[in-house]
Design a binder for this molecule. Structure first.
Ligand SMILES: NC(=O)C1=CN([C@@H]2O[C@H](COP(=O)(O)OP(=O)(O)OC[C@H]3O[C@@H](n4cnc5c(N)ncnc54)[C@H](O)[C@@H]3O)[C@@H](O)[C@H]2O)[C@@H](O)CC1
Ligand SMILES: [K+]
Length: 530
């Protein structure tokens, strides 16, 4: 069970500079550097002893039992800074717990504290090697080469040593972050350790939310070492916040429980505009995503020829058949009598439209309704010039691009591949929209510069139609929230988290190959009822 301080700490995301500033405040307040290293590395050593045996480990070792630690070989990789110091404290602790420890220390110049720990390890008789060729076999490697102090590209001989270590079929546990990764962008600086598991120390570093870092991080875990919240707040107070979403935050934005006395229009009316003769299924999936949101009323505008198909899949929805172009796209919106766009609490527009549906996208952009644009809605917006068009909008806009759509929308925003977090932040600031950039770690930004990251997902969701489900779900939540004064960015975060969780649960039950978009819609409610 997390206490409140731990829960708050687990949502904070920092850059290397911010981490250094927070650390400096702790030291300035009187915490000795050496004591902090001892505390942090002690926690890591204990976690390593708790690691349950896995098929990766040598036959049947139970690492939590010190008697059976005997004969278990742990190689400790030591760099020149305090990351190396942490690793040496771990080496010492494991040595005393009965593990067969050796040290790889290739640097001749070490920070003083690190050097002292190395000297003590040597006095204990722990073997120390300087070159990669000398290293004995091991069952586990602990990577303490570089932490957040790495600033420049790695070069030989350490770069080729890392490459060779990656080739060994031995699990690697990285301290703080895999050596070689940039702490903020997650970029590989020359080369990097491919960790099986990473113990992120104290606060989550930005790299953990960058797609390009994921294959190096392995399973990521925060080692909380009781950083005072006051120090975190003091350093972050003037910076735009970057938050890691935890279930409690996501769930708090759902309007549950519903009031006892309510009615369908009080629970939001969503208008979905989607589908074409060519992409009929996208409209169904979007509708099913909206259904799972619990929205009070759902209207779906589709080309006339899709109407009966939609009715058969979504009998509860009002299906609005619209005149269509020769190519089977919606030509114009034809709402029922006495209905206009102001009848809806939110509009979601885009899945399956094709690029022939430009007039309808223009019409909803001109409306004063909260609007979600996705898929072809985004491609059409890109053709119009996203930033100039969106700036004129009178109501909130949410954009949900994947990387390709993002680049078409924001060709002048640099670094979409290099630094997704910064890219989404800039796009939101420039367009005044809330931007959700899809990826293995979906990032959401508001125009004020705040960013939220969804820390868990599954590659099972990398399938056609997954995004349509998200658009429907988000639309339904947004329509419900419109009557309840929940900030729109909170709703976007909740929808993205919910969608990922449904994918995760579905993949656990059905494997990563078993989560087609229709199946995904069937798992959405399970996230809440589990
Ligand atoms: N943040 C905290 O509060 C704590 C941090 N600790 C540890 O301290 C680490 C940060 O320590 P440091 O600031 O000493 O930095 P690192 O240990 O990450 O490494 C920096 C060292 O590497 C050298 N270096 C940088 N780039 C290089 C390159 N390309 N090739 C060769 N050498 C290079 C630097 O000159 C410096 O000596 C954290 O990652 C963590 O492991 C813990 O000991 C305790 C608490
Ligand atoms: K490391």
């Amino acid at each position: 069970m997390q206490n409140r301080q731990e829960e708050k700490i687990s949502q904070v995301v920092v850059t290397a500079v911010q981490m250094r500033d927070i650390e400096d405040r702790i030291f300035a307040a009187g915490m000795p550097v050496v004591a902090l290293m001892e505390k942090v590395a002690g926690l890591i050593a204990r976690r390593i002893q708790e690691i349950p045996p896995t098929p990766l480990f040598k036959g049947g070792y139970i690492l939590s039992n010190s008697l059976q630690a005997e004969g278990f070989r742990v190689g400790i990789l030591v760099g020149p800074g305090h990351n190396g110091g942490d690793a040496l404290v771990v080496a010492r602790e494991l040595h005393f717990r009965g593990y067969e420890v050796w040290i790889y220390s290739p640097f001749s110049k070490l920070k003083e504290l690190t050097s002292q720990h190395l000297q003590y390890a040597q006095s204990l008789g722990i073997p120390i090697y300087q070159t990669i060729e000398q290293l004995p076999d091991s069952d586990l490697l602990i990577d303490g080469l570089f932490g957040f102090g790495l600033e420049r590209n790695l070069t030989d001989p350490i770069a080729s040593a890392i490459n060779q270590l990656n080739e060994l079929s031995v699990p690697i546990y990285s301290i703080d972050l895999p050596s070689g990764l940039h702490t903020d962008t997650g970029e590989v600086l020359g080369t990097a350790i491919r960790a099986t598991h990473t113990f992120c120390l104290g606060l989550w570093k930005l790299a953990f939310f960058q797609d390009q870092a994921l294959e190096y991080l392995g399973k990521a875990e925060l080692i909380d070492f009781d950083i005072p919240l006051a120090d975190v707040e003091a350093v972050l107070k003037n910076a735009p916040s970057i938050k890691r979403i935890i279930p409690a935050t996501a769930l708090a934005n759902l309007t549950l429980p519903r009031p006892q006395v309510t009615h369908k229009y009080k629970e939001g009316h969503l208008l979905l505009i989607c589908g074409s003769r060519r992409y009929a299924g996208g409209a169904i999936l979007t509708g099913l995503g909206a259904r799972a949101s619990g929205v009070g009323m759902l209207s779906i505008a589709v080309p006339e020829s899709l109407k009966s198909l939609l009715v058969s899949h979504l009998p509860e929805a009002i299906i609005v058949g619209c005149p269509e172009t020769e190519t089977g796209a919606i030509a114009q919106l034809q709402l029922p009598e006495k209905t206009d766009l102001s009848s809806f609490n939110a509009i979601a527009c885009g899945p399956g439209l094709t690029r022939d549906a430009t007039p309808i996208v223009q019409e909803v952009i001109n409306s004063d309704r909260p609007l979600i644009l996705d898929a072809d809605g985004l491609n059409i917006l890109a053709q119009m010039g996203a930033i100039a068009t969106l700036k004129k909008r009178l109501a909130v806009t949410v954009l949900t691009p994947h990387t390709g759509e993002f680049q078409r929308l924001f060709p002048d925003v640099p670094n979409a591949k290099h630094d997704r977090v910064q890219a989404v932040q800039e796009a939101a600031a420039q367009s005044k929209a809330i931007v959700l950039l899809k990826g293995a770690r979906t990032a959401i930004a508001n125009p004020q510069g705040a960013v939220w990251s969804i820390p868990e997902s599954t590659p099972a969701l990398a399938r056609g139609g997954s995004g349509d489900v998200l658009t429907g779900l988000l639309g339904g939540l947004l329509a419900q929230a419109a009557t309840k004064e929940i900030p729109v960015e909170n709703i976007v975060v909740t929808a993205a988290w919910w969608h990922s969780q449904a994918g995760i649960i579905a993949a656990q039950e059905r494997t990563e190959l078993g989560v087609d978009a229709f199946t995904l819609t069937q798992y959405l409610i399970k996230v809440l009822s589990n």
